[in-house]
Write a protein that binds this ligand. Structure first.
Ligand SMILES: [Zn+2]
Length: 443
């Protein structure tokens, strides 16, 4: 799924030009020094102490960034086994903030920040915000949850760092969001892409006059989305959208973000080393090919993880970018190793179904995938919302639409799925991350 753009969407500006445009040799030198210090700093964390001892690892053996490959991986399961704060690398007194990942079941996994960590984090968010058009005179509305989730607070302090104004609206209450947008003349929207889609819908229904809003840009993160969805949101809200990426285990938002050319997200490689690996063999995949992203947080004090396996699937691009940033870029996240559905032996990502739906006129990108295995064969049903203007009493035209969707889904995934058309707005809406799959198989 190539993100490509030949013209800049905004003027090319930098928050920290020297860091963002560092020469490759200089970056490698910095990474080596930081990696060596990191190995020293985590040597007393029990998990790493044991692994280092078993593998004979010491800081002295780090002579280039390539030596990263000698270090052990860290997984979500390792975080759970060392719950709540087994990976803490500083004393509890030095911690001034805790966040947690949005676990769907059971307990969250916690992360921690020192004052220096929070300052560094804000600076990293400021980098991608400025790259994506944020200026000190803008008014930003944060419609992310403020809580254990890193999205709200991460962006909040990034925007403060730039010096723009913040409306901390937090998630939900869509009518109120629109009221704030109109009355305070919000120019920049911060939320998940699925919530932006919902906002656009409510805006259209409520008959709110778009010309009364000052909205110009949006920065989306927190969940994977497609380029087609970007087009849809840009058309519906008449704004320019930028994509950013991060996860709490690595730091939160600020790991990477798009520049004016929007041709992949620049990874802040002076703070995070990235690897793109085959999730089965854990060997590197060539640039441009999808693999699991693995990050090492070089500079975090409180909770630095080494080679954290994100389970996010994306590609890496190291070709030069017209913006002048020298860092590697990552593609959109096209799936997760644990979101990956194996249907009749074929690997399928929910994002592929979304991609297919966006190709069919008359459907909304609101859908629910249900998987059953009544006998020995998997059966997949996709519920798809039809646009109200395309709802028809004629059986034949609905039948045609259903077949068209099934054909597109088959073209993208290689799987035959049963399509059910449902009324507009009958599927659940999400203010945070969307849940698009119900797997009823007893696997
Ligand atoms: Zn760029």
């Amino acid at each position: 799924m190539p993100d490509s753009s030949s013209t800049p969407a905004v003027e090319n500006r930098f928050f920290d030009r020297p860091a963002e445009t560092m020469a490759t040799a200089e970056l490698r030198q910095l990474q080596t020094a930081r990696l060596r210090t990191l190995v020293e700093r985590v040597a007393h964390v029990p998990f790493y102490r044991e692994k280092f001892a078993a593998d004979g690892i010491s800081a002295a053996m780090i002579k280039s960034p390539d030596d990263l490959r000698r270090l052990p991986f860290t997984t979500k399961a390792d975080l759970r086994e060392n719950y709540p704060l087994g990976f803490l690398a500083v004393s509890r007194d030095a911690v001034i903030r805790y966040h947690g990942s949005s676990g769907t079941t059971g307990k969250p996994t916690f992360v921690a920040y020192t004052r220096a960590d929070l300052d560094m984090w804000a600076g990293l968010c400021a980098r991608f915000l400025v790259a994506g058009g944020l200026r000190p005179n803008h008014v930003c509305q944060i419609a992310f949850g403020y809580g254990l989730f890193t999205g709200g607070f991460g962006l909040h302090y990034g925007i403060e760092k730039v010096g723009a104004a913040i409306i901390p609206a937090a998630g939900g209450q869509t009518q109120r969001q629109l009221m704030l947008m109109e009355d305070l003349q919000t120019e920049v929207l911060i939320c998940t892409p699925s919530y932006a889609l919902h906002l656009a819908e409510v805006l259209q229904e409520g008959g709110i006059d778009r010309s009364k809003l000052a909205l110009r840009y949006a920065h989306f993160g927190g969940e994977p989305w497609t380029d087609d969805m970007r087009q849809r949101i840009e058309n519906d809200l008449q704004i320019t959208c930028f994509n950013n990426y991060g996860l709490s285990e690595v730091i939160g938002p600020g790991v990477s973000g798009e520049c004016a050319w929007r041709n992949g997200m620049h990874i802040q490689e002076d703070h995070f080393m990235v690897e793109c690996l085959d999730p089965q063999t854990l060997e590197p995949v060539p640039d441009g090919e999808p693999g699991e992203l693995v990050f090492t947080a070089l500079t975090k004090q409180a909770f630095p993880l080494i080679r954290y396996r994100t389970r996010d699937i994306a590609c890496i691009d190291r070709t030069p970018c017209p913006c002048g940033r020298t860092t590697a870029r990552m593609s959109r996240v096209t799936g997760r190793t644990d979101d990956m559905l194996i249907i009749r032996g074929v690997n399928v990502f929910p994002s592929q179904v979304e991609e297919a739906l966006l190709r069919v006129e008359g459907t909304e990108p609101h859908y629910l995938i249900e998987i059953d295995r009544p006998g020995t064969l998997d059966q997949v049903t996709v519920k798809v919302e039809v646009r109200s203007s395309d709802l028809s009493d004629q059986m034949s035209s609905m039948q045609k639409l259903r077949q068209r969707i099934a054909r597109e889904i088959h073209a993208v995934t290689g799987i035959n799925m049963t399509v059910h058309l449902v009324e507009p707005k009958s599927l659940e809406r999400f203010t945070g991350k969307a849940k698009r799959v119900i797997d009823n198989r007893k696997l």
